[in-house]
Design a protein around this ligand. Structure first.
Ligand SMILES: *Cc1c(COP(=O)(O)O)cnc(C)c1O
Length: 414
């Protein structure tokens, strides 16, 4: 079916799907490493790229291709490249678009391993990088050098929830001859389509919203232009960070409900964010759907919704953050995000612990910051859960009795 003219929810269900001879409603899992050629001429034609088809699963596979075609269409790109993980996608992009002597400008509060891979590994091969607050276009402009080849954006960024104007930065980067890559994991193509705003490449950790069920690790890259797509695809194939067919099948299943999951989670997120703003233990709430968010107006223009990621700062700093982690019952204490279950984590002692306290302060958040990924539980249960956990934070920091824990459990009915 040609799905180009359909709305996004129809695309989520139908894009990328091609019926096979059995009429299977879902794309089968082609659990095979290799594909038989009809004859020598067929094999030669496939290798020469004269005929479309499949050779070997690292190069391509029908289940994986269905996912690639679907996300490429959702992002309005010319082709998708599924990878073993989100970091496989980041690594492929760096490998394909940068080389010794070139330079990249990146969002300072980019996903930690995306920065670590560049600063610790690519630097050994002579690739340079600078990290700035890309929500301030002046800082991006100042960081550009004559050898800058890539401007790498993550928006909304983690855990600061800073938002970069993709259109504005893309215009600036293109005027300097640079490519723009956007890590669109936090928004998903349901809420934000960076290629439409001027970016050249978009990537995702599909582990998060796109799959949405906390049962797969995977990634995907989509390019706007065919030449860049081919370059990226060749790098992925040769570096071996391909997705596998079963992974692709699960992600395709998750993808179909992306729209309803996000709609529901963001309805809860705004309620929780507004409620958090009124709690005395909470110093600040960072949610792009709140009018108090500094880039709320930009988000309204650039995105079609505000998503379900909330960060909030506790008055009590590091200790309060850790105590809150120990007292939530409905939310699960775990890293990752974008799944059906609500996840909570404490960046200063967990995901961002390797960043020095000074760098965390410079990036604009305190040790009391909590990251909260709103899932699909009943919003009243989530609010009651946070309230009882905040009560525990407010209590004297000595050991509380087992009786208190029992009471807390009873009030939220875990
Ligand atoms: C999780 C994440 C990644 C890395 O993805 P993996 O699937 O864990 O390898 C990259 N970028 C962002 C924004 C993420 O949240």
């Amino acid at each position: 079916m040609d799905t180009k003219h359909l709305g996004i929810n129809s695309k989520l269900i139908h894009a990328g799907y091609k019926a096979d001879a059995t009429g299977s409603v879902n794309v089968p899992i082609y659990q095979t490493s290799t594909f038989a050629f009809r004859n020598a001429a067929h094999g030669a034609a496939l290798f020469a790229g004269e005929e479309d088809g499949f050779i070997y699963t690292r190069i391509g596979n029908p289940t994986i291709r269905a996912l690639e075609d679907s996300v490429a269409e959702l992002e309005n790109g010319c082709g998708g490249i599924a990878t073993s993980s989100g970091m496989g996608a980041v690594c492929t992009v760096y490998l394909a678009l940068l080389e010794s002597g070139t330079h990249m400008v990146s969002t300072a509060s980019v996903y930690g391993p995306s920065r670590g891979l560049m600063e610790k590994d690519f630097s050994r091969f002579g690739v340079q990088s600078t990290y700035v607050d890309t929500s301030d276009v002046i800082q991006v402009e100042k960081a550009l050098r004559s050898n800058t080849k890539v401007v790498y954006l993550e928006t909304p960024a983690n855990p600061t929830m800073q938002v970069t104007d993709i259109e504005q930065v893309s215009a600036l980067a293109h005027a300097h001859g640079c490519l723009v890559v956007v890590d669109n994991t936090f928004a998903s193509p349901y809420l934000q389509r960076p290629l439409d705003l001027g970016a050249d490449v978009v990537l995702h950790s599909v582990t998060k919203f796109i799959n949405g069920h906390a049962d797969v690790v995977g990634g995907i890259i989509v390019a706007k232009d065919a030449d860049i797509y081919k370059r990226l695809r060749k790098t992925m194939i040769n570096s071996g960070c391909n997705m596998d067919p079963h992974q692709a099948f699960l992600v395709l299943r998750g993808l179909k409900t992306l729209g309803v999951r996000i709609e529901r989670a963001q309805q809860s997120a705004i309620q929780i964010a507004r409620w958090l703003e009124t709690q005395p233990e909470v110093k600040a709430v960072r949610y792009i759907g709140l009018e108090s968010h500094p880039q709320h107006e930009l988000c309204k223009r650039q995105m079609s919704g505000f998503g379900s990621m909330i960060s909030f700062e506790l008055e009590g700093g590091m200790e309060a953050g850790q105590r809150l982690m120990d007292h939530v019952r409905v939310a699960t204490l775990a890293v990752s995000l974008g799944g059906v279950e609500t996840l909570i984590e404490h960046p200063a002692s967990m995901t961002h612990a390797s960043i020095s306290p000074e760098d965390r302060r410079l990036a604009g958040y305190s040790d009391g910051l909590v990251r909260y990924s709103v899932g699909l539980e009943d919003v009243n249960d989530l609010i009651a859960d946070l309230r009882q956990a905040l009560d525990a934070v407010a209590d004297a920091p000595d050991q509380e009795s087992a009786v208190d824990l029992e009471e807390n459990l009873a009030t939220v009915g875990s």
